[in-house]
Write a protein that binds this ligand. Sequence first.
Ligand SMILES: [Zn+2]
Length: 112
Amino acid sequence: MKDIKKYTNEDMKDIKKYTKKMFLDYANGFNYSEDAELGHLGKYKSDAEIKEDMKKWKLKDFREFYGFTHKDWNTGKEYKAIEGVNCMDCFSIMRNDEHSSINKNYCRECLQ
Ligand SMILES: [Zn+2]
């Protein structure tokens, strides 16, 4: 993660934002029964329960739960955009003028 600033646009061309739909598909690849039984899922007591609730989750909830925001579809590597550093949409490195503005989540291009 720390050397992300060395990445060029070419390196980042396959990095795409993980959408809610993608996270739901991702979640279907897991069975949370054991985690639920062991009490690792907080209020959720079964795999079915957490997956049912996930349908109501916001993108932010998925990002917190899974710990990543973007994925490189070429390498399969997952990335976590850092607020104020990466654009939360396209993952590009934010410019200084965007850091200091009221918007710190999206680059100028994504806001247009
Ligand atoms: Zn952007």
